[in-house]
Design a protein around this ligand. Structure first.
Ligand code: DGL
Length: 258
């Protein structure tokens, strides 16, 4: 049975959700955290909605079985496919992520949304755009292969420029004003993305990343339910993976340096 200082569980297909974990840790340093990366089944963003649903439920179950007090779906792709089912399946708060299109639309002008191919094609995301009346203001790009580049440490400035030059060419001389980081992996290369966009499409691209909203929402939900673990001591952060043990050191390093 979970108590108020039981860990908060986070999951993603790989290292991406560590960006959300770190943001939550900075906001609530005395909480305990358990992060699960389903690396064996990554990338989620190139799979069918049914496959993503099944994998996300199984990943959430790993955390649930470890006695977490809440689950954060630190993955836009998994949220889109399965957050509803997860809320029905687990009797604890489930906090989710979605591309931060709403705040980005407050900016005058064009918004580029970069996310996985699955996220931009799923019904939940399309409904969000409809609700926000985003037609004509948002340009969606499903970035096939980018998650793998980040996982493998191949997303340096030159490689990213090569990657984007083919995929964003269709924008031609279009002027952009903002970019939404719609995949938690991309947070790790946010500055490089901005640099590329600034030299090609924006004068000073505003960057919107849903991880801040998700961390705030997590705090709000825990506080409303009287489930905040408060104290002076720093909380514990533990990592788990369905991939090889060796990844755990990489995750710790990434968490400490992000
Ligand atoms: N980090 C995940 C997201 O936010 C996607 C990773 C993947 O495609 O596996 O969508």
């Amino acid at each position: 049975m979970a108590d108020i200082c039981s860990p908060i569980g986070f999951f993603d297909s790989g290292l991406g959700g560590i960006s959300v974990l770190k943001t939550a840790f900075e906001l609530m340093p005395s909480e305990n955290y358990l992060y699960y990366s389903d690396y064996k089944n990554a990338p989620y963003g190139e799979k069918s909605e049914d496959e993503i649903k099944e994998l996300s439920l199984a990943a959430a179950k790993v955390l649930y079985d470890r006695g977490v007090k809440a689950i954060v779906v630190a993955c836009n792709t998994a949220t889109s496919a399965s957050v509803k089912m997860m809320r029905d399946s687990f009797n604890l708060p489930v906090i989710s992520m979605e591309p931060a299109v709403k705040p980005a639309l407050k900016v005058e002008g064009k918004v580029l949304v970069l996310a996985t191919p699955a996220t931009v094609s799923q019904t939940r995301y399309k409904k969000l755009l409809e609700r926000l009346d985003a037609d004509g203001k948002v340009i969606n790009v499903g970035c096939s292969g980018l998650v793998e580049m980040i996982e493998e440490g191949r997303a340096d400035r030159e490689s990213l420029a090569r990657y984007f030059s083919g995929r964003l060419d269709f924008l031609k001389k279009e002027k952009l004003d903002a970019v939404v980081i719609g995949c938690t992996h991309y947070s790790f290369i946010e500055n490089t993305i901005k640099e590329y966009l600034d030299s090609n499409y924006c004068s000073d691209c505003l960057v919107f990343d849903g991880r801040f909203g998700t961390a705030r929402q997590l705090k709000h939900v825990l506080s409303e339910k009287g489930m905040l673990c408060e104290g002076k001591k720093k909380g514990n952060v533990e990592f788990l993976t369905s991939g090889s043990e060796g990844l755990l050191e990489t995750y710790k390093k990434l968490f400490n340096t992000f």
